[in-house]
Write a protein that binds this ligand. Structure first.
Ligand code: DOR
Ligand code: ZN
Length: 430
């Protein structure tokens, strides 16, 4: 039988071992005694089965910087990381601010066929923060855009932000804000604190993030619209989100794997691989972010996978572009910071890396419970293994991997996208 698979012995979200029959793109049946003749067997003893991961925040760099990443190479990295859907950020060249560009990215994703690539539309024309982009046309396009973001830049004008929030209500869209009060971050290089003073690097104060989150949650509450806060990085931001959510406003937030694991102390190496926006924060911030992800104040994990070409990254700290890779290591970093610490179980991981981001992004075929009848989007993960991260083995076209040389837990063994394996035995298929 072609394209019929039986996954054997997998523990769905950490439950008892069972078998899953995948046929015609769907989970046809689930049960411990299931063993249909002719189906290709995928042994999964000891592996955790999770719904395919969904990333709300991926930079794929196509069109414009295909030397750093393409939709195809980024999709390979996504599949290897266990992702079945990624939201491709709009800060490409040209910017994804028209129906034409978002449809181009969407088509490239379909052609690569390794992951569902859902384009994010820009909020403002050219990310310039002056004029709303054609949000309605992007929503109506073949790409059916629902998430809009100027990420990389903050929508700084509060009146424009309000109008964007109001506009996307018509099609249940969401504005994903990169919260940065840029008047407070001019020339900023790293987290503002004792360490930035000691290293002589201009600081990026927590207040620059928190001020925008406070403003935008108030705006979202006022107009009754959906706001999503990108890459929350400070303890103060968590406090504001907790307050705003307590009002019942329609607010969601993400944290990156790197903000759950790495701290500003890495800047002391002056290795630009650790330069990122928002910057790595303090150990106290990391603790609070982990707690907030566990208690739901932060809804989900998003990678902010930000590939950069060598010449943009392997240079002096101040000249280097901010951003780090994240797709291939996300599940391992979450295992280290949230599962091995006892803060989340596997159901909690499925919630925060699949179900919730799929819901926020409006992706109906993703983030479903692994149950008969659902689309067969899933990842098989070995929680027991450990491996040392080797950037040279990455599927990404870039090498700015902040975990290089680090020993991380777990390994993605297989990923299935609509019933077909995109990864088997840790290798991309096709
Ligand atoms: O570090 C970052 N890199 N932060 C952003 O907001 C943008 C991203 C990029 O595009 O490289
Ligand atoms: Zn950003």
């Amino acid at each position: 039988m072609r394209d019929v698979f039986v996954v054997t012995g997998a523990r769905i979200e950490g439950g008892d071992p069972t078998n899953l029959l995948l046929r015609d793109g769907r989970i046809a049946d689930i049960g411990p005694t299931l063993h249909p003749a002719g189906a290709e067997v995928v042994p999964a003893d000891g592996l955790i089965a999770l719904p395919g991961l969904v990333d709300l925040h991926t930079h794929l760099r196509e069109p414009g910087r295909e030397d750093a990443e393409t939709v195809e190479t980024g999709s390979r990295a996504a599949a290897l990381g266990g992702f079945t859907a990624v939201h491709a950020m709009a800060n490409t060249d040209p910017v994804a601010d028209t129906a034409g560009v978002v449809e181009q990215v969407w088509r490239l994703g379909r052609e690569a066929g390794l992951c569902d690539v859902q384009p994010v539309g820009a909020v403002t024309v050219g990310l310039r923060g002056e004029q709303l982009a054609e949000l309605g046309a992007m929503a109506d396009s073949a790409a059916r855009v629902r998430v809009f973001s100027d990420d990389g830049k903050c929508v700084g004008d509060p009146a424009l932000m309000r109008r964007a929030l109001e506009y996307v209500k018509a099609f249940d869209g969401v504005i994903a804000q990169h919260a940065e009060e840029t008047r407070l971050t001019e020339d900023a290089q790293m987290n503002e604190g004792i360490l930035s003073a000691r290293l002589g690097l201009t600081g990026w104060p927590a207040a620059a993030e928190e001020a925008i989150i406070a403003r935008d949650t108030l705006l979202a509450g006022h107009v009754g619209s959906r706001l999503h806060v990108c890459h929350v990085s400070t303890a103060g931001s968590v406090e504001i989100l907790r307050w705003a959510k307590g009002k019942g406003w329609r607010i969601t937030a993400e944290v990156t794997p790197h903000h759950l694991l790495l701290t500003d102390e890495l800047a002391a190496s002056y290795d630009p691989v650790y330069k990122v926006n928002p910057p790595l924060r303090t150990g106290e911030d990391v603790e609070v972010l982990r707690g907030a992800l566990a208690d739901g104040t932060i809804d989900c994990v998003a990678t902010d996978h930000a590939p950069h070409a060598l010449e943009d990254k392997e240079t002096e700290w101040a000249a280097a572009r901010p951003g780090m890779l994240g797709l291939e290591t996300a599940l391992s970093v979450v295992t280290e910071t949230m599962v091995d610490t006892g803060l989340l179980d596997w159901a909690g991981v499925a919630q925060r890396l699949s179900r919730v981001p799929a819901r926020i992004g409006g992706l109906a075929a993703h983030g479903r419970h692994l149950a008969a009848g659902e689309a067969a989007n899933l990842v098989l993960f070995d929680p027991a293994g450990r491996s040392v991260v080797d950037p040279a083995r990455s599927a990404s076209r870039s090498r700015n991997n902040p975990y290089a040389g680090r020993d991380l837990p777990g390994r993605v063994v297989a990923t299935f996208l609509h019933g077909r394996p995109t990864v088997l035995d840790g290798k991309v298929q096709g």
